[in-house]
Design a protein. Sequence first.
Length: 201
Amino acid sequence: MIKKLIALDTETSGLQPDAEILSLSGFKAVLDLEEGKLGITEYFDYYFNQDIIVPYEATLINHLTNEMLFEKSGGKYFEDYEKELQNTLMLSDYYVIGHNVDFDLTRLKSSCIRNTASIIPTFRGKIDTLPLTKKMITKSMISNRGAKLTVAKREILQNKLGFTDDSIAKLVEPLGLDIATVMHSSLYDSLVTLMIFYVYY
């Protein structure tokens, strides 16, 4: 039996439910439940230009500024990615995985309602890795407010579950992705989330 998965992560302009989505990244994968094998099939990494000024408090957490968003997005806004987002967020046969997944989904739905006419995020089910790792997070893993989840997830993956940067890199090499170029990003965070799920499924 094959289970289709999509692990995603967002960066936002704030914590409120209607915060703007600054970036959306993730990986699609298939899990062979009988053999226990995970295959990553594709990745996505979208940045969205903003008319609002990205709050300084948000930049402290996600390290994204208006200038960076303009450069990475090529000036494209959330609504300019409508076709790509349909292929990313309307997947009724996929399970969506996230670290505090309701945070991401709530803000994605809000952005879709505000900015698009055709996208309704749809998945077969949702899986949250946060409860899986809460007991493993210690104060020593948290270096600052902005790095809280990122540092904790990476330390769990490497020190608790035995993965290395090299072993993670090999998973995405067939996609032509150099993992070293996306360290400290939402794309890397979504990959870590996928691997935490894989270990615990």
